[in-house]
Design a protein around this ligand. Structure first.
Ligand code: PMV
Length: 297
């Protein structure tokens, strides 16, 4: 299963303005097998949980535990011991939707294991329920984007596929630069932004950019919109010096770039041009890791 990035509109989307998100080709897989305890293994976290029941409070695995509970409950299956092994290319807690990806892949693997047919709408509904229960509050951005793929507009917690933009985007090569660990959680950043008395002015500008981006058919123009959106996010104080350094380099050696997700560190999304080798040479010492990616339709 894939990952997601927000191309435009993070934070503004919390207030009903539009955001544009995209499914990208960073994968997660979950293997399900019979076991004599509940065993959850994550290669990424280098961690294994072994438990007699699903009432264990393990923060790292709370999404998986809740996925199991909701799956068993929804399909009236008597819980039985299983081993779930999770392999993911998606770095955790940096705005790429690693939790939603793991939830969705777990649901798919469980449905295969139990021979239950799930369509995309079933998966979306169940995955959103798991996110909501685990986080207390969740937007549909991650679960919708990762379930349905392509490029989506999210507005008022509803989504629609942007099929025209899909045609343009599939010709684009992106690079995700994981610059630094986030210093705050999404909820804390959303709260801080909510305290800014000028936020609505900024959100209106961001919404205009997202609206323009839907109609764009030119990489240079699209890159400029990414940079404009980043400037506005800076005014919301969610960028960092390290992120801005990477964006400054990307300004010279790509079509454009912006921070993606809640901010406070994390990732930058860059639209590549022919200077990508030079770009990589110049940013590689300023990042934790780099992920070349394309949209997954
Ligand atoms: O970094 P993430 O994936 O948690 O993105 C959060 C995006 C926000 O707009 C800041 C919050 C939201 O729920 O949409």
């Amino acid at each position: 299963m894939v990952a997601k990035v927000i191309l435009f509109g993070e934070h503004a989307v919390v207030y009903g303005y539009r955001a544009i998100s995209m499914a990208i080709n960073l994968n997660t897989s979950v293997k399900v097998e019979k076991a004599d305890k509940f065993i959850i293994y994550s290669e990424n976290l280098n961690k294994t949980l072994v438990s007699d029941n699903l009432e264990c409070n393990d923060r790292d695995f709370s999404y998986i535990i809740n996925t199991l509970k909701i799956f068993f409950n929804n399909f009236n299956i008597e819980p039985e011991y299983l081993k779930l092994s999770i392999y993911s290319e998606i770095p955790v807690s940096c705005g790429l939707g690693s939790s939603a990806s793991v939830i969705i892949e777990t649901l798919k693997s469980l449905s295969n294991f139990y021979n239950i047919e799930l369509d995309k709408n079933d998966i979306f509904k169940l995955a959103y329920e798991v996110e909501r229960i685990t986080q207390g509050k969740a937007s549909i951005t991650d679960t919708a984007t990762i379930t349905y793929g392509g490029v989506l507009e999210i507005k008022d917690n509803k989504f629609r596929k942007l099929n025209d933009l899909n045609d343009f985007i599939k010709e684009c090569d992106f690079l995700i630069a994981y610059v630094e660990k986030r210093n705050k959680k999404t909820a804390d950043l959303v709260k801080e932004v909510s305290n800014l008395d000028y936020k609505d002015e900024i959100f209106k500008e961001i919404d205009k950019i997202a609206k323009e981006a839907i109609k764009v058919n030119d990489k240079k123009e699209f890159g400029e919109l990414l940079l404009k959106n980043h400037e506005l996010l800076k005014k919301l104080n969610i960028s960092t010096n390290k992120i801005d350094k990477v964006i400054d380099i990307a300004k010279k050696y790509s079509y454009g770039a912006k921070i993606t997700g809640a901010g406070g560190g994390g990732c930058v999304i860059i639209l590549l041009n022919d200077n990508w080798k030079e770009l990589i040479k110049r940013i590689k010492n300023h990042v934790i890791s780099l992920y070349p990616c394309k949209v997954i339709l």
